[in-house]
Design a protein around this ligand. Structure first.
Ligand SMILES: [Mg+2]
Length: 394
């Protein structure tokens, strides 16, 4: 069987909502006061854009095969990512067979080790990897989930991340995860405000709906422990990303300190099987939350997930829309999914990467049929109205 080769790879950037879902306008809940590692500086406390959360922007990677088929993917890496793709990674992609995904990943990762390993380089490698899976799916006329072994269940079930768990409950989601507002620098007063927000939300959603706090790397061990202990009274289901990602030792301690039954989750800013090996072997958490657009792509997520399964740890990928859905539906140790509420007031369901992708499926009543993922590749199209720029060529 003759397999097409990859003729060209191209990298574009685009501003505004898209894969860089932090790149939103004024008044969006995602840019409201949220506790971050920068909250200790009052100048950078009130919005996350103030310290540059949206600087990167979206990276769009396109791969074109010798038969004319084009695969693509989007992630967060912007112009830096475009440079890395065009000036460095292109050599490992062009001329290869479209099935050479494992070899291309290995070469991209090892050729960038001297400046990569995590962060924006792995976001970029993830974008190339996802584009290659999209291309392979299109050439084989199969959805990516079929290439990964096929669905293990008929539908996906979602919890919602956003400022309004009370509205998420009405929309049929199984839980709501709120951004934590106040960090340790705001002392006991801030802690009481956080607990008051949780109490108010619990009052509104009733006893059974899941409520979680996303702490976005912003706490210390003492504060996280107190938040968890106080949160127990209001049925806090899990405490997410409480500590900086490099503090594996802190996470291992936190997991021992939280009340029985409360879950510790983390990993959206972790990358590769080696990063997750630390979290898993050190007993840092109950659920790992790799972002398939940041952790190394589907190729690496398969390895991370297998390692987690052997450690009896669930994998509930962070955000990432169709790139997560095609994976989650194929894994028994990924029993539910995250949906990021990207409407500015978190009051309606809109596609997560709106307006960058077309045909992006969204949950209805908190659920999504596996059959809605049956189009070839990842099943989405790049919106032709997107204002793409190609800052580098090769
Ligand atoms: Mg999170």
């Amino acid at each position: 069987m003759s397999m097409p080769t990859i003729k060209q790879i191209r990298a574009y950037t685009v501003r505004g909502g898209g894969a860089d879902y932090h790149d939103q306008g004024e008044g969006h809940w995602i840019d409201s006061q949220i506790s971050t590692p920068m909250s200790k500086y009052p100048d950078y406390r009130m919005t996350r854009r103030s310290f540059g959360l949206n600087v990167l922007g979206t990276l769009v990677v396109e791969v074109e095969a010798s038969d004319g088929t084009v695969g693509f993917a989007v992630t967060t890496a912007g112009e830096i990512g475009a440079f890395i793709v065009e000036k460095h990674l292109a050599r490992f992609v062009e001329g290869q067979r479209v099935t050479d995904i494992e070899k291309i990943w290995d070469q991209m990762f090892h050729a960038t080790l001297f400046y990569g390993r995590k962060g924006v380089v792995l976001n970029t490698i993830s974008g190339v990897d996802l584009a290659l899976w999209d291309l392979l799916g299109k050439i084989r006329d199969e959805p990516v989930h079929a290439l990964l072994g096929g669905p293990v269940r008929d539908e996906l079930q979602f919890y919602a991340t956003g400022a309004r768990p009370d509205l998420a409950k009405k929309m049929g989601f199984i839980g709501g995860k709120m951004p934590l507002k106040h960090g340790p620098a705001e002392g006991d007063t801030g802690l009481e405000k956080n607990i008051a927000q949780l109490a108010e939300m619990r009052e509104s959603v009733g006893p059974d709906f899941w409520l979680m706090f996303d702490c976005w790397m912003s706490l210390d061990l003492d504060y996280a422990t107190r938040l968890a202990q106080r949160g127990r009274e209001y049925g806090l289901k899990w405490i997410e990303e409480a500590l900086p990602p490099d503090d594996y030792w802190g996470y291992a301690d936190l997991k021992k300190r939280v009340p029985p039954g409360m879950l510790v989750t983390t990993g959206e800013h972790e990358a590769t099987r080696w990063g997750f090996r630390m979290l898993l072997e050190m007993g840092c958490c109950d659920i790992i939350q790799p972002d398939v657009g940041w952790c190394g792509g589907v190729t690496e997520l398969l390895k991370i997930s297998a390692l987690a399964d052997a450690h009896n740890t669930l994998v509930v990928p962070h955000g990432s829309s169709v790139y997560s859905y095609h994976f989650v539906v194929t894994r028994t140790n990924s029993p539910f999914s995250e949906f990021l509420m990207m409407a500015p007031q978190a009051d309606e369901v809109v596609p997560m990467f709106n307006p960058l992708l077309l045909d992006e499926p969204v949950p209805e009543n908190g659920r999504m049929r596996a059959s809605s993922l049956d189009a070839p590749g990842f099943g989405v199209r790049l919106n032709p109205d997107s204002d793409l720029a190609r800052p580098y060529t090769h």
